[in-house]
Design a protein around this ligand. Sequence first.
Ligand code: AMP
Length: 399
Amino acid sequence: MSFEQLPLISPLLKALKEEGYETPTPIQVEAIPVVLKQKDLLACAQTGTGKTAAFSLPILQLLDQVQPKKRGIRTLILTPTRELAIQIGESLSAYGNYLSIKHTVIFGGVSQLNQTKALKSGMDILVATPGRLLDLMQQGFVKLDHIEIFVLDEADRMLDMGFIHDVKKIIGKLPTKKQTLLFSATMPPEIQQLAKTLLHQPSIVAVTPPSSTVEKISQYLYYTNKSDKVKLLDHLLDEEDIGQALVFSRTKHGADRVVRILDKKGHKAKAIHGNKSQNARQNALKDFKDGKIKVLVATDIAARGIDIDELEMVINFDLPEIPETYVHRIGRTGRAGLSGKAISFCDGEQHKLLKDIEKLIGLRIEVVHEHPYPFEAQKSEESPSREKKKQPTRNKRYR
Ligand code: AMP
């Protein structure tokens, strides 16, 4: 995936080139297209993952696309510390170098004079820490009636630092109709609650859990034909004594199809994906958690926010396009010190994806040869016989 493909406009691409950024980081790959679609976002990512660019780039692009007649602050980025505020301001300057989007940074601990001057001169984006912003709002220097995009950065840190009350007051002054992006390194219950009230059908993205998770999980690979995947899944559910499984499908349509077929075969299954209502998704998740259904088929985006403890098995019906997503998917088993199991299906077309995953995790996934639906077409090219050994090297990962 490249920045061009996300897709970003050329003034941003030019600026990124000058910054020396070659490829987007995982959080950027996930978040930028969502923000560009003007959807709400819940992102689990910490500093160092490239999260600032993940929200700054698409915001600059969206603001540049539509220039309103009436000038006012169109984006508010709320961040807990002065350092972060300054850093975000610097990033906006760098990425927006070839656009005419103006921003101002305000934070406490310094005289407000320069900040009020800047506020009076007008801007598109305001980057602020909560205390100083509230202060200036109360003095009448800041009006937030025209906010189109609101970013709550490092939400969990806001909570830790005791700012959440101020944050909520500020949120209360924002227009109800807006796009909201919430970033947090962790998701404690208070933040989950805030996210529920603040976000409207958000896309949920999270970056790779630590690689140590991967090593605890038993991983197996089944080469099979695309057309045999459901039969193989049915077979495994029957034969392998699988209690419950979370199955990942690449597409919403594919997820529905798998559910239909499994249902016919007598396996209770439900799907969760973006076309399902929030209610339908929550019901499916509840049925899965309560053990009423055996299989939950999910697309990546829909599955991101779900927290299921003690999940014993993840099945990659389709291999993910982004290798980090594999780690994230299988990281849903083997939590809290439990050992988990992950099964992946690979057809001829997905061989390259498999290679990328193995490169990332620094392991060769053990191949299961004995099963009734082996890969057949172009056998010599696509289905190599593989040794079951560990690769000694581990890839450097962006975190
Ligand atoms: P952040 O998590 O936003 O604090 O970003 C961490 C660091 O990574 C910052 O110094 C960014 O300039 C840098 N960075 C962000 N995205 C990229 C990228 N795609 N390629 C290279 N460096 C990046």
